[in-house]
Design a protein around this ligand. Structure first.
Ligand code: ARG
Length: 578
């Protein structure tokens, strides 16, 4: 359920009935401060300005037309023309009771499901996954889970970089190594392997020529060479899949649709763009000039799609990918969860695809950008010696640190349980620290703050969950056994009830704007609202009547499920104790 949307619709209808132009919106939002109602509709002010009338008077005309239904108890006009909306308590209680009995928490699937293609993770396979791949993988996966929960058809596309000139040097090196080892062993450490190949490429007489030969053979479809390449790719992909499973990321083997898949289409695509005049030859290269993205002087933005020597580029592959996603995958919406530094590249690809007619205007092309992960020194996150941090090492450290923390907090835990909790806490902390920040900004990677049990962190939410669950163990009652009305009599119960009922509208907002931190902020506020409720409203204490006990336990049950569902949509696990 989306209360905000329902209120918007009702206020919009009232405004139209009051003779206000249709394009004046009701501007409904949850109230920011206590004492101003539960929601506010602020549209009267702008409408009055447009119509040249008094905003308070206009607000009262709107309220005369408003159908309050069962949802709204009363509306007050405040200040220059704010309309403060108080929801009906029995109505809210009934909504929560429905949510309690519903496995989707009273959140209906969207009425019009769309096919959403999400391009995320997409590492280059020449090297092992490093911290630079973390954000796209985590953010993309959260969006995929959330849109899927909403009922959209989500098609994950792992656009792995498995092609390009650097593979020449890697294959030349691999073929030498295979003389006395197998691929698995030779490629056990891809980072070392890459470095060795690069040193030989730079220093060893004749090696660079051999590498270039390999590229030509690979592109020419030479069977021996393809076999070698396949071996390399297979090992590299299995490294990635280890990381995905450790990260609790939903990417599967079938989601890989790598750059090489588009090889055969590239000459076709370039020819087509030349034939229809979208691309032209310029100093031997084939270029699309985009007037749509011209600079201040009016020079069109050039996008090279074939190099002078005949080679294709990253951009050419992306054009082919967009066309494939539109035509074959039938995407209504494409999300690219890619580093902000690739903004120009993607804007060019989007603009050129529209121009070439690869995607209809109705199909949304969205670059979900993100900033860089920074170390405590305010510079991009590196190892102490300045190297790139491997993702595998980072996750090891996260779990190790969490293990110390969990064992310190709860020394009675047996080793296996402790290890399992530490895994969920450590991985959860890394993911949540990323997801809870506005993705477009750079963010500071800090072990202490992400593993803290206080503040907007994964451990705080996981701990809140275990606390609610322990109430049920103490009470010796299962949530399914609870019955009776949900009462929202005190301010704390009411605040908690409203927060719980807002889960659906938060998901709608994240689905629309693709900012997962909005869900994190919501979960954090929910847990904090719960803590205040728990302090103010006794649940199991003696003297609490059965009716109130049942009602409050139902609120507790909803809190636990909402936190668990919300964290699950972020790809973070919960546990019964910690
Ligand atoms: N492989 C690229 C990189 O590691 C990211 C690919 C993003 N997706 C895309 N369709 N261009 O930088």
């Amino acid at each position: 359920m989306n209360i905000r949307q329902r209120l918007s619709d009702q206020f919009q209808a009232a405004m139209i009935a009051a003779g206000i132009p249709e394009d004046c919106g009701p501007v409904v939002a949850p109230a920011k401060k206590a004492g101003f109602g539960d929601y506010q509709a602020n549209g009267a002010m702008a409408a009055a300005k447009r119509m040249g009338t008094n905003p308070r008077e206009l607000a009262s005309r709107i309220l005369e037309q408003l159908d309050k239904g069962e949802m709204i108890e009363r509306v007050e006009i405040a200040g220059p023309g704010f309309m403060n909306i108080h929801l009906s308590e029995p109505w809210l209680g009934r909504q929560l009771a429905i949510a309690k009995g519903d496995k989707r928490l009273n959140i209906a699937p969207v009425a019009e499901p769309r096919t959403v293609v999400i391009d995320y993770s997409s590492p280059n396979l020449a090297k092992e996954m490093h911290v630079g791949h973390l954000r796209t993988t985590i953010i993309g996966d959260a969006l995929a889970r959330l849109l899927e929960f909403q009922g959209h058809t989500v098609i994950r596309q792992n656009h792995m970089g498995d092609w390009g000139t650097q593979f020449g040097m890697l294959l030349a090196h691999l073929s030498d190594k295979l003389a006395d080892s197998n691929a698995e062993v030779a490629l056990a450490d891809l980072e070392v392997f890459y470095r060795e190949a690069k040193v030989r490429f730079d220093d060893e007489e004749g090696f660079a020529d051999r590498a270039r030969d390999y590229v030509v053979q690979l592109q020419g479809g030479d069977e021996q060479c393809l076999k070698l390449w396949k071996q390399f790719i297979t090992v590299s992909i299995s490294h990635c899949e280890d990381i995905y499973s450790r990260l609790n990321v939903t990417l599967k083997h079938r989601d890989i649709y790598a750059e090489s898949e588009y090889n055969d289409d590239l000459p076709v695509l370039v020819k087509e763009l030349l034939d229809n005049g979208i691309a032209v030859e310029d100093q031997g290269a084939i270029v699309v000039f985009l007037e749509e993205m011209a600079d201040k002087e009016g020079n069109p933005s050039p996008m090279i799609i074939q190099k002078k020597g005949g080679g294709y580029l990253y951009a050419t592959t992306d054009l082919a990918a967009i066309r494939y996603r539109a035509n074959q995958l039938k995407a209504d919406r494409m999300l690219y969860v890619v580093d902000a530094r690739q903004s120009l590249h993607l804007q060019q690809a989007f603009t050129a695809s529209r121009k070439a007619g690869f995607v209809a205007e109705s199909v949304a092309l969205e670059h979900c950008t993100f900033g860089t992960m920074m170390g405590n020194d305010g510079k991009p996150f590196k190892t102490r010696t300045g190297g790139t941090v491997k993702l595998a090492a980072l996750l090891d450290e996260a779990v190790e640190r969490a293990e110390k923390l969990v064992a310190g907090k709860n020394p009675q835990l047996d080793a296996n349980t402790c290890a399992e909790i530490a895994r969920k806490v450590g991985i959860g902390a890394v993911k949540y620290a990323d997801l809870s920040k506005t993705r477009t900004n750079d963010y500071l990677f800090n072990w202490e703050s992400m593993l803290s049990f206080e503040g907007n962190t994964a451990p705080y939410l996981q701990y809140a969950y275990t606390r609610v669950r322990s109430i049920f163990r103490k009470a010796g009652i299962a949530p399914s056994e609870l019955q009776g009305e949900i009462l929202l009599e005190t301010a704390e119960e009411r605040a908690l009830g409203i927060k719980l009922a807002q889960f659906g509208e938060v998901l709608d907002q994240v689905a629309k704007d693709t900012f997962p931190h909005v869900l994190c902020t919501y979960l954090y506020e929910l847990a904090s609202t719960y803590m205040r409720f728990y302090e103010a409203c006794p649940v199991l204490k003696e003297g609490v009547g059965e009716k109130h006990r049942q009602s409050r336990l139902q609120l507790c049950a909803l809190v636990a499920r909402t936190i668990a569902t919300g964290l699950d949509l972020l790809g973070i696990e919960v546990m019964e104790q910690m």
